[in-house]
Unconditional design. Structure first.
Length: 271
């Protein structure tokens, strides 16, 4: 296609879609990179770990693989539960247990009302999480106070047994949808750049007549002289009261055809 107003409009449209797609996919990629640790565990976890591995961590932030499964020697019920109230009804949100990992204990939050000790090997699954100050004082300190042998036996983090994927499922789904949309936009933009005749603007011209002829006719019409109203805006800067004066001169068409659209050109003139 020859260079014309139509081709320029198509080019601007393609460029706009291309830039929008690139920006959107960059935002999605940035979001996934920022939360790479969570995404890694979301996609590939939970990971099997040994009690020795857990005991080597100084905090819940140490390992990359923090959504884990571990086999403990036994599980002890601390007798402490976390309650929540909804519409006046009180229910147990989770119960606190202690998993025995050799010489250390791991605080384990189990969803729902789960009580009683388990005297055999038990599989604990959850993500490593920080221990809140409330849990430290009301669960760990209270438990350690029951016996001097328990002092300092708990690991400095807990195993949170609440659903891991449910917390970020909405964000992951939204990110995937945004990524698909941006990818489709990029593909469409590239295809339209490679073949401008596939653009909806060009296709709309084909519904009337030959699109190339129509594009040329539009370009010729835009290049034709039109009625022009030239407006000069003058502001008085002499010692009298300042007044604004609008002086307009009308240039009519001399081409012997009916007057067409008028173009108003406003230019400031300071006297």
């Amino acid at each position: 296609m020859h260079e014309s107003s139509v081709t320029r409009a198509i080019r601007r449209s393609n460029l706009s879609m291309l830039v929008t797609g690139v920006v959107l996919i960059a935002l999605v990629a940035a979001g996934f990179l920022i939360s790479y640790r969570y995404m890694y565990n979301f996609l590939l976890g939970p990971f099997d770990v040994t009690p020795a591995q857990l005991q080597s961590y100084a905090s819940a932030e140490d390992p990359l693989q923090y959504w884990v499964k571990v086999t403990a020697l036994r599980s002890y019920d601390t007798g402490i539960q976390y309650f929540e109230t909804s519409d006046g009804v009180e229910s147990v949100k989770h119960s606190y247990h202690a998993l025995e990992l050799g010489e250390r204990l791991l605080l384990y939050t189990v969803p729902g009302d789960k009580d009683g000790n388990i005297e055999s090997e038990v599989l604990g699954e959850g993500y490593l999480d920080k221990i809140s100050s409330e849990e430290q004082s009301e669960v760990i300190d209270e438990t350690e106070a029951q016996s001097a042998e328990l002092a300092g036996v708990f690991l400095p983090y807990k195993l949170n047994g609440t659903a891991f994927r449910s917390e970020g499922m909405f964000l992951v789904v939204a990110g995937v949808i945004a990524g698909l949309i941006s990818s489709v936009m990029l593909v469409i933009a590239v295809l339209r750049i490679a073949n401008p005749e596939s653009h909806p603007i060009f296709k709309a011209l084909t519904r009337h007549c030959d699109p190339h002829s129509t594009a040329n006719a539009i370009e010729m019409e835009l290049q034709q002289p039109h009625d022009v109203i030239i407006c000069n805006h003058a502001s008085s800067f002499v010692g009298r009261a300042s007044t604004d004066v609008l002086r307009c001169s009308h240039a009519s068409s001399l081409v012997g055809r009916a007057s067409t659209d008028a173009l108003c050109i406003i230019s400031p003139l300071f006297l």
